[in-house]
Design a protein around this ligand. Structure first.
Ligand SMILES: Cc1cc2nc3c(=O)[nH]c(=O)nc-3n(C[C@H](O)[C@H](O)[C@H](O)COP(=O)(O)OP(=O)(O)OC[C@H]3O[C@@H](n4cnc5c(N)ncnc54)[C@H](O)[C@@H]3O)c2cc1C
Length: 448
């Protein structure tokens, strides 16, 4: 019998607990998690919007305890790697034989003048953040400023807009979704956002904030502009969605190997400290594509990492292959997705790439509800697929998954040209016009 302690109750911690208890029902697995419940963070914007009740995204403890895992609802305050113990805020000392660190990441609050301690600024992560945002939106709220136009920023902006607030987005990059998409693929997305009255400013950052007591009254922008808030004492809000930082405070001054993006692990999710693994957002990891350290704080990376860690913890040989970073979002009626490297990222890396494009309709063109879908594929000079982006009315996520599999299988433009697919009027592209195949053919024609 081994004693395992899991630090963190997010997707990584929960996935590992399930697997460990499944493999080794005789092991004593204990999860330490301070929150009252495990929250489905991805659905937070839909609670803010009013589509879902908060209870729908707060999972019952059964998700953990039904696996036979013990749950300690406390914050871990100390880890003694030599003595192999975890100490909690409430003074519990939990001995372990094996430890999994799955503490996630917290929203980055940049050191901007006027930001610290302001009452109307909100990060988006925890149940507490969510409850604070819900409470802050009152009948007296008029404006919402969203800083950062990544997936979370875009989704929060739509939520605020749907709540009837005058919503602005300020994004430092030259277009929305800069980590996932290229400029040429988001023109329709930006048009949709502006079309519903969201004031989208790209290529502009927030320089500083003015305060009126404990609330922010103005955001000064890097282009000399400004956005006024709370001018007449309203309950206006600012949402910060400019990235996340790994939750590693606990390990300062310890021997745990750490990089700028988190705990350093090998492909078995081992940290180098005996019997200590780490998985999920708390980790720094590299790209599947070129082995370089790359961002990838996604639930869809956290879960596979945790499964690799759990399998290795029970003695199975398992390896994590790196981030491919398939991700999707929605700006109704558009679905938007990207995987691998964008063309812009490739150019920054000095990679010589060829672009293939395909456009068709989501269903057979004569079917009710058929809308346009555009596919962009990015190939290296040797023909290997290195990235893909899809924007369209439906089934974008499935296509991103297809491209993810193609990238991981090492597919070239030629391989994708003979990719076999199914077809049916309600559900797919027209048989003679598969947008992935068309984009591969377009790319291949530029490679030969
Ligand atoms: C608004 C929002 C939308 C998102 N949308 C998507 C999406 O659509 N798709 C996607 O793939 N990803 C999305 N993500 C990212 C995704 O939620 C994270 O990548 C994922 O939760 C990471 O899982 P994790 O288990 O590594 O860490 P987390 O889920 O962050 O879990 C960390 C756990 O550690 C606990 N913890 C922290 N400190 C301590 C401590 N000292 N002691 C004990 N426990 C501690 C926390 O309470 C938490 O339970 C979104 C995130 C947010 C905030």
């Amino acid at each position: 019998m081994e004693r395992v302690v899991i630090l963190g109750g997010g997707p990584a911690g929960i996935s590992a607990a399930k697997l460990l208890r499944g493999f080794r029902p005789d092991w004593e697995v204990t999860m330490v998690r301070p929150e009252p419940s495990s929250v489905i963070y991805c659905a937070i914007p839909y609670v803010v919007e009013g589509l879902l009740d908060i209870d729908r995204i707060c999972k019952s403890d059964d998700i953990v305890t039904d696996t036979g895992t013990n749950l300690v609802k406390e914050k871990a305050t100390k880890v003694d790697f030599d003595g192999k113990t975890v100490t909690t805020e409430g003074g519990k000392v939990l001995p372990y034989d094996k430890l999994l660190i799955a503490l996630g990441a917290r929203p980055l609050m940049p050191p901007l003048e006027g930001l610290s301690g302001a009452k109307n600024v909100f990060p988006v992560k925890t149940e507490e953040d969510l409850r604070a945002i819900l409470e802050a939106i009152t009948p007296n709220s008029r404006k919402a400023l969203i800083v950062g136009a990544g997936n979370i920023g875009i989704e929060m902006a739509q939520a605020m807009n749907r709540r009837g607030l005058e919503t602005s987005i300020v994004e430092m990059a030259h277009h929305v979704l800069p980590a996932m998409m290229d400029l040429d693929m988001v023109a329709d997305v930006e048009r949709e956002l502006r079309g519903r009255g969201i004031d989208l400013m790209t290529g502009v950052g927030v320089k500083s904030f003015d305060r009126s007591g404990d609330v922010i009254s103005k955001a000064h922008l890097t282009d000399g502009g400004a956005i006024s808030l709370n001018e007449y004492g309203e309950d206006d809000l600012i949402v910060m969605s400019v990235g996340v930082r790994p939750e590693v405070e606990l390990f300062k001054g310890t021997a745990l190997p750490m990089g700028p993006m988190g705990v350093i692990v090998d492909d078995k999710m081992e940290t180098g400290i005996p019997d200590v693994w780490a998985a999920g957002d708390v980790c720094q990891y590299s790209s599947f594509l070129d082995g370089e350290i790359v961002g990838g704080k996604l639930a869809t990376n956290a879960v596979p990492m945790a499964k690799v860690a759990a399998r290795n913890m029970v003695g199975l040989e398992w390896n994590y292959q790196g981030f491919v970073n398939g991700a999707v979002t929605v700006v109704d009626p558009l679905r938007i997705g990207g995987v691998g490297f964008s063309e812009e990222a490739c150019r920054k890396k000095g990679l010589d790439v060829v672009i293939g494009r395909g456009k068709t309709t989501t269903r057979f063109p004569m079917m009710p509800g058929a809308t346009e879908v555009t596919v962009k594929l990015i190939f290296k000079r040797d023909g290997k697929l290195i990235g893909g982006q899809v924007v369209g009315g439906e089934a974008v996520a499935e296509r991103i998954d297809t491209l993810t599999m193609a990238i991981k299988a090492g597919f070239s433009a030629k391989d994708l040209m003979s990719f076999d697919y199914c077809s049916q009027p309600w559900q797919t592209f027209f048989p003679a016009s598969n947008a992935i195949v068309a984009a591969a053919e377009d790319g291949w024609s530029k490679l030969i």
